[in-house]
Design a binder for this molecule. Structure first.
Ligand code: CP
Ligand code: NVA
Length: 314
């Protein structure tokens, strides 16, 4: 992978879904990430004098810390707004919150319950809004995951990744980015937890250009066959806690354990965005096993987010 690059500036103001970026944008972003990881000092002043608001309606370890450390290491300042006790829009309207923030800060990173909240903020202001996870998407995570895979395999073209579990926000973002990066993504979910149809339709359109393949299954063993990496996420995402008991039953056959990893093939990597629910979606043996790259995914969140900030702020 080359590390010295001249890149075009990203085409849109915001990163709300991942679908606003073309295959070229997504490729450039990964190249920029490699450059930032190799030469962080070159980016020490990219955000000089800029203040960025971090608004979180839900808890976070990785996203909050990697954005805070990343922004500060690029010379910027963080204003953290804890919204875990009161949802955005309750005290004053979402456009009013966004328009006020625009008076003082140069960008917004937000983790929200509803994707529409991000869209409403972004459409009312001219500063960038970055999705730090919503009910539908988690683009920063998927970009870090594909960067991790590229580091491991050298190239993403034709790589076979299996996703097993809930067709949730992380799964939707993996689909958008797999389509743009030419990855063969095989997804196994229970029939009524399949990924969003609009996401699949977009991926199908983009895949014509990149030759990506997106396959849907209900049998995890079929999805993992020949996969170079197996990915899972929690069965009950934040915001769906009321369904937890039912979900534990439905998703039991989707646990990633030693047997399923063996069905994938020798040396298959194990991936998880974390936090993990040990003994549910994945066993300790797999999470802590020799092919697990979960901490590398976490570490790469910061580099990929620095590349996103660079793309949107320069
Ligand atoms: N993977 C991820 O987004 O982790 P946090 O919820 O801790 O931010
Ligand atoms: N799907 C999970 C991801 C957590 C990072 C959730 O939304 O809770």
């Amino acid at each position: 992978m080359t590390t010295t690059i001249t890149l075009p500036v990203a085409v849109t103001k915001d990163l709300l879904t991942g679908a606003e970026w073309t295959p070229t944008d997504a490729r450039d972003l990964l190249q920029r990430t490699a450059e930032i990881k190799a030469r962080p000092a070159r980016y020490a002043t990219t955000l000089r004098g800029k203040h960025i608001a971090l608004i979180f309606e839900k808890p976070s370890l990785r996203t909050r810390v990697t954005f805070e450390v990343g922004i500060q290491s690029m010379g910027g300042f963080v204003v953290f707004l804890d919204h875990t006790q009161a949802r955005l829009g309750e005290r004053e309207s979402i456009p009013d919150v966004a328009r006020n923030l625009e008076c003082w800060v140069q960008g917004i990173v937000a983790r929200v319950y509803e994707q529409r909240v991000l869209e409403e903020m972004a459409s009312n202001i001219s500063i960038p809004v970055i999705n730090a996870l919503s009910d539908k998407f988690h683009p920063c995570q998927a970009l870090a995951d594909f960067f991790t895979l590229e580091e491991k395999f050298g190239s993403l073209k034709g790589l076979k990744l299996a996703y097993v579990g809930d067709g949730n926000n992380v799964c939707n973002s993996l689909i958008f980015l797999a389509a743009r990066l030419g990855v063969n993504l095989q997804i196994a979910t229970p029939a009524s937890y399949a990924p969003a149809e609009d996401v699949l339709a977009d991926a199908k359109r983009v895949a014509k250009e990149t030759r990506a393949k997106i396959g849907l299954f209900t049998d995890p063993a079929e999805a993992v066959e020949g996969a170079q990496a197996v990915y899972t996420d929690s069965w009950t995402s934040m915001g769906f806690e009321a369904e937890e008991k039912m979900r534990r039953q439905i998703f039991k056959p989707y646990q990633v354990n030693r047997k399923l990893m063996e069905q994938a093939g020798p040396g298959a990597l194990f991936m998880h965005c974390l936090p993990a629910h040990r003994g549910q979606e994945a066993t300790d043996e797999v999470l802590d096993g020799p092919t697990s790259v979960v901490l590398e995914q976490s570490a790469n969140r910061m580099y990929v987010q620095k590349a996103i900030l660079h793309a949107l702020f320069t």
